[in-house]
Ligand binder design. Structure first.
Ligand code: C5P
Length: 404
């Protein structure tokens, strides 16, 4: 039995060429044992008819906010709360903007605003619209509001362009829905515990076009977050501009600079435990330049004056709202254990996962990680493991620390 069996999904279809795929998604959800109540925006009805999707779903498709008969029967507030999950597929750029802003001028937007049910969106739009700063802001806002995002995929588009913006395939959306319900149903050992995880690099701007950063891929942080989520923890994932796809099933806060990461972590408190995996830049410009730095006629390079960034891990470990367990990483290229042990003391965290990031280790950006766990009771070397396994092993250790 899959995680969808017996679940009721409110499927909101917004306008776009991908709307026809909502028919296939409806069929797949039903085949997996779920039920579907479709809601179509006015624009969606230009692409699929309420009759076709309603017939397939076995529930009349709803289209208008002020459908008085329907309103008298259940009302849109109740409608939005009767579902186990709300899925918006396809989610147009316009609908994302409405969601991010909290507009409520039709049945679909009112439903997502009035709900206390979790929401999953499958964006679909032209590549330029997907990459537009406004859409990126809206998606970041929605992620941080706890909305789950599936896709979009990269590929040929109906408009003739190529790039990210194609709606995820119905099968992939089905899998994301299944994973969502499976994670909810999991009797994880970390259920009831809240975690803050930092991940990825930070980016410190020198001027509008240049920055100081590092090669952290965010893979280890993502793997740890996924393992914690799978064990039922409530995770706030604070990430810098990392290449790794974001984990599903948690709140995601996208940041760029160390100062932003620090503020986001403080905002996420209180928490039961924290895992600081981010490769935070140690320094930022003492003064950021508003204009691009120019070469001088005689070729003298500029002097960049730097100032120290806050140490987020040390701040968490020594702060008023200290989580009960604070875990850091120590990326070292030499004297791994001794340097990591010193770091554990000076920062005041409970555990340190020390890893060798020398060029020959292949850790940075690679799939595997070889770590030593340092706790108050000593050093415990772990074998070289895929980053996902490091995540699971750490989640298991955290669970036993909390007596689970
Ligand atoms: O001092 P170092 O950068 O080696 O420490 C690494 C650990 O400290 C990691 O857990 C990293 O996430 C955290 N850190 C931090 N804020 C900083 C620097 C490092 O949270 N400014």
């Amino acid at each position: 039995m899959t995680g969808i069996a017996g679940k009721h999904v409110l499927l909101i279809v917004t306008g776009g060429i991908a709307a026809y795929k909502a028919l296939e998604l409806t069929r797949l959800i039903q085949k997996a044992g779920g039920t579907v109540q479709p809601i179509l925006t006015r624009a969606a009805t230009e692409f699929v008819t309420p009759l076709s999707i309603g017939t397939l779903a076995g529930h009349a498709a709803l289209t208008e906010l002020f459908d008085l008969t329907r309103e008298a029967e259940i009302g849109h507030i109740e409608l939005s709360r009767s579902a186990d999950l709300i899925v918006v597929a396809p989610a147009s750029a316009d609908f994302l903007a409405k969601m991010a802003q909290g507009h409520a001028d039709d049945l679909a937007s009112t439903t997502v605003l009035a709900t206390d049910t979790e929401i999953m969106i499958a964006p679909a739009m032209n590549v330029r619209m997907w990459e537009a700063p406004a859409t990126r802001r809206n998606v970041a806002q929605l992620r941080s509001d706890g909305v789950h995002v599936v896709g979009p995929d990269e590929g040929d588009m109906a408009c003739g362009e190529f790039g990210p913006g194609r709606m995820a395939e119905p099968q992939a959306i089905l899998e994301a829905i299944t994973a969502h319900f499976d994670a909810k149903a999991a009797r994880g050992r970390l259920k009831g515990l809240k975690a803050v995880v930092t991940s990825g690099p930070t980016r410190e701007w020198i001027d509008p076009v240049r920055y100081i950063s590092n090669e952290s891929s965010g893979r280890q942080g993502t793997a740890i977050a996924k393992a914690l989520i799978a064990e039922g923890a409530e995770v706030v994932f604070v990430t810098g501009p990392a290449k790794a796809p974001r984990p599903a099933g948690c709140r995601i806060i996208e940041v760029e600079t160390a100062l932003e990461m620090d503020a986001a972590v403080q905002d996420a408190l209180p928490a039961d435990f924290a895992v600081c995996v981010a490769a935070v830049a140690d320094w930022r410009m003492a003064e950021a330049h508003d204009q691009k730095l120019k070469k001088t006629p005689d070729g003298t390079p500029p002097t960049l004056e730097l100032t120290a960034n806050p140490d987020i891990l040390a701040g968490l470990s020594q702060g008023d709202q200290r989580p009960r367990l604070v875990i850091g990483f120590a990326a070292e290229t030499e004297n791994l254990e001794a340097n990591a042990a010193r770091k554990r003391k000076t920062k005041g965290c409970d555990w340190i996962l020390a890893n060798d990031v020398s060029a020959q280790s292949g850790t940075f950006g690679g799939p595997e990680n070889s770590v030593i766990l340092l706790t108050e009771s000593g050093a415990e070397p772990w074998p070289s493991l895929p980053k996902s396994k490091v995540g699971h092993r750490l989640a298991a250790r955290i669970a036993s620390h909390f007596g689970r």
